[in-house]
Design a binder for this molecule. Structure first.
Ligand code: PLP
Length: 224
């Protein structure tokens, strides 16, 4: 039994309401449906309901799903999980976006391994904005070097930033990300994406300028 279509409708309405409340144009916030651990058939149901952006965390699982669904050519697949060096080739060959770039070495490998015929790979830099020890994401003081390095990567397009704030200081962290986003947007014209907000905190994230919420549970149900 699937409520995926209903869930999508509800989430879209929540996004719209959050936008109206904060005086933001609803079309400025995209919904990324996070389908990790869920079968390709669930992605297909969401697709049939009109969803086109999907997020995945695990390379092997994702590549299988992408292959199964390769007839749905207008899906944009976003990689949002931690990246190991030995997985960059598969990511560069199968995804349209990578939101979890947090090291120069990973960025350079993606750049070298992106097949030219696929066009440029869109990337976001993941920032560890709450400064949590165990979290992935670049530290704030590494950001200038990452930005500089991205300028030499001709097979990548820097689209913006991604963050997963700690629950306790979400509002403060969202706002810090918003300031960073606005600052770098002035310098780099391809930056148009601030990816923050998940099922539990999407309203707050939208209030603080998110342009893309990444929603798993509220669309596909809880994960085992
Ligand atoms: C799993 C995941 C999500 C979705 O989380 P939900 O709480 O299920 O909405 C969003 N972003 C990232 C990076 C994730 O790993």
């Amino acid at each position: 039994m699937s409520n995926i279509k209903d869930n999508l409708g509800k989430v879209e309405q929540q996004i719209k309401n959050a936008c109206l409340k904060s005086n933001i144009c609803p079309s400025s916030v995209d919904l990324l449906a996070v389908s990790k651990t869920k079968p390709a058939s669930d992605v297909e149901l969401a697709y049939q309901a009109g969803q086109r952006l999907f997020g995945e965390n695990y390379v092997q699982e994702a590549v299988e799903k992408i292959s199964t669904l390769n007839s749905l050519t207008d899906i944009a697949w976003h990689f949002i999980g931690p990246i190991q060096s030995n997985k960059t080739k598969l990511i560069a060959e199968h995804f349209h976006w990578v939101q979890s770039v947090d090291r120069i070495k990973i960025m350079q490998r993606l750049n070298e391994q992106r097949p030219p015929e696929l066009g440029k790979l869109n990337i976001c830099l993941q920032i560890n904005i709450s400064g949590e020890e165990s979290k992935s994401g670049a530290a704030l003081n590494q950001l200038p070097a990452l930005i500089q390095a991205s300028k030499a990567c001709s097979n990548l397009v820097l689209r913006g930033f991604m963050a997963i704030p700690e629950k306790g200081d979400a509002n403060l962290s969202f706002e810090k990300m918003h300031q960073l986003f606005k600052q770098y947007q002035l310098e780099i014209p391809t930056i148009d994406t601030l990816s923050m907000g998940m099922s539990a905190d999407m309203e707050q994230a939208i209030h603080h300028g998110s342009t893309m919420v990444r929603i798993g549970t509220a669309v596909f149900g809880s994960r085992n």
